[in-house]
Design a protein around this ligand. Structure first.
Ligand SMILES: O=C(O)CCC(=O)C(=O)O
Length: 253
């Protein structure tokens, strides 16, 4: 569980590292699933894959590990819907950059509340393009202006317009395999290109409090901007759906 100190770091900075690490067996399973996925999709771009568990249901079970859900509960409460997952698997050489952004710019969630678990599969160091963030940038709970980028060398195409002025405040998230970080939907974050020679693979799992609504119809206008589909399977992983408009699979009974 997250300690009181970790909870106050999350509140103040908008990101905190997990208090736990998955077990050796769990990490082995994660690696097995990723190796299989990469092998089955050799001809595709696998540096960024959205809708990961929709593409391969093997990735669903990791999102429900109690080690992860218990920490998510501490941050967004007992009623939780898992609504998405992505793979960010940067190659060791010419691994793509993730431009600075706020996640909320991408998502049709109303009201906009969500938390990301960034689960590391490889060792994440300063050299191989760790997740970076601006502590406290979530506090105003406002989405700021983004531009759309066109480049083959990026994972996501939205970028914060005025990031250069505050980039020097960035902190890096260094993680051992099986550890994860948790971050707020309004947090400014991104990651550099990877030229270290060492792959940097992580999976993101996205959870919203079950008081929010995932608007599949409203998603259409965002899809045009971001260039990929937001049609998602929802999974109730704890508590009850208090919004009552979401269509989901129930894993609580
Ligand atoms: O891992 C990365 O490069 C970026 C991850 C990210 O943008 C996210 O977790 O929302």
């Amino acid at each position: 569980m997250l300690s009181d100190n970790q909870l106050s770091i999350y509140k103040k900075e908008g990101l905190v590292k997990s208090s736990t690490c998955l077990s050796k067996d769990q990490i082995k399973e994660l690696n097995k699933a990723l190796d299989k996925y990469l092998n089955d999709h050799k001809t595709e771009n696998t540096e960024f894959v959205s809708g990961l568990y929709e593409r391969d249901s093997e990735f669903l079970k990791f999102a429900m590990y109690p080690e992860i859900i218990n920490e998510v509960k501490q941050l967004i409460g007992e009623d939780i819907i898992l609504w998405g997952s992505s793979l960010f698997c940067k190659k060791g050489k010419k691994g793509k950059e993730t431009p600075w952004h706020q996640d909320g710019e991408y998502w049709p969630i109303k009201p906009l509340e969500s938390i990301t678990v960034w689960l590391s599969i490889d060792e994440v160091t300063e050299e191989n393009g760790p997740l970076q963030y601006i502590p406290g940038s979530h506090l105003k709970k406002k989405l700021v202006e983004h531009n759309t980028l066109k480049s083959k060398n990026i994972t996501l195409n939205q970028t914060l317009k005025n990031i250069d002025e505050i980039k020097d405040q960035a902190k890096s998230v260094i993680l051992k395999p099986g550890m994860f970080s948790l971050h707020d939907v309004y947090l400014f974050h991104g990651s550099r290109a990877n030229n270290s020679g060492k792959r940097r693979a992580g999976i993101t799992y996205r959870y919203m409090p079950a008081t929010s609504f995932f608007d599949h119809v409203g998603a259409k206008s965002i899809e045009e901007k971001i260039g990929y589909s937001l049609q998602r399977q929802l999974h109730l992983v704890s508590g009850i759906d208090k919004c009552s408009n979401n269509i989901y699979q129930d894993h609580t009974r």
